[in-house]
Write a protein that binds this ligand. Sequence first.
Ligand code: DQQ
Length: 499
Amino acid sequence: MPDRSIREAVLHQDVERIAHNEDPPDPQRPAFHFTAPRNWLNDPNGLIQWEGTYHLFYQHDPDSPLHGLMHWGHARSTDLVHWQHEPVAIAPTRDSADEDGVFSGCAVDDNGTPTAIYSGIQGPHQTICLATSDDHLVTWRKDPGNPVIASTPPGLDLLTTPDRTVHYRDPSVWRSGDEWRMIVGSGITGVGGAVLLYRSTDLRNWEYLHPMLVGDIGQHDPIWTGTMWECPQLIPLGDRHILLISVWHDRQTLYTAHFVGDLHDDGRFTPEHVEIVDPGSFYAPQTFQDDEGRRIMIGWLREQRDREAMAESGWNGAMSIPWVLSLGDDNRVRYTPAPELEALRSDHRRFSDLAVAPGEQTMVPDIAGDCLELSATIEPGTSTSCGLVLRRSPDGAEETRIVFDPTSNALWIDRSRSSLDERADRTPHEAQLDLIAGQPLNLRIFLDRSVLEVAANERTILSERTYPSRPDSIGVGIFAEGGPATFATIDAWTITASM
Ligand code: DQQ
């Protein structure tokens, strides 16, 4: 049974009382990645910097550690790193368009009025709803005209599942000259995922234009983009546009991908190439432009353990670190950790020119822990695989390996021995790199208890969740196979909890 007093506390201000009150502390719960005060969290929503303060809203069920009745949770930060929990921002209203869930959406500045545009769920109906705030984004008043879009565009055969749900959700809104533009995620039956484009002058009356882009379920090369696209977002980056989509198929959230391409004056998008953003636990990211003009992306890091373990833990899901996006000269996206994270560093250690013989795995002295930042520059040499070992127990019963295979240019996280707990997922997810022969590999690594995020040469990100069961699974090592490799530099910092 949900704890009603806790629920009341969440809904009414007293958030500090319910935040992170585990005793003893849960060793899997991240210390510097954002998690909900308790219970379920998924997609980031309504990311916005308002009067200098960063606001993170998120899909949240305050009553359950599993996905249930979705609300918008809320937190604020002045530095993107230390987050202060706020009361739940938007909750479902009985007998209304969002009675079965306040699903994902965005927040915009409507001439000084903070305005949230989100998906309302009522039985099988998915509609577009709106809410505004006049107290600095703390409480939200739903628009009397909700839902502002009550039905899907005529003439489109949108993906409909046997439960009669017409999949149509996750509005993303931006200003274009004198008008607002909005895209909504959907899918066209038998064709592929779809991003539907609308325009409005007042955020309440919307005119459907046409699909911005439609996928192809028959196309598997270079990636498959599923039958429905969740959480679409259009991002101007450099002189191109990026169209972010999260690929859904048959009740499965698969991965987030992006198209790099051109947006035409009529609002149609021509993709140049598509790639998976992060094949691991990362899903449904949102981006926003902050006051410094940076394009910042935060995604949901799904749990990767079974339902029983998730329910037992009492919390579920974390946010990724904030990534700053840019476009390289090669028209590929670059990912840089927000420099604000450096404020959490302490105890810097540096190692240089560590040579590893084939078949060797050595522990790096003086680096150990479950909350670490590492930056390693590796010359793979003639090795057939090389990389780092984290969360290793002294007897090797538990260890997680970050593996680079120069022959296939692939990076993956070997979780086959990450945990003695059988409930932890071990599936590997491979990220394809584009290193040219002889080019060193730089890995930026953020280890935060059950969260592991890696960026390779700023070009590729890969996140996985691991759940080591032993308190002494904290060792860090390096390895090479098939030939020698050199670790030109390894920088390590201990990271202080920010949550
Ligand atoms: N999560 C939300 C939906 C969205 C999905 C529901 C993506 O709005 O399509 O919690 O993870």
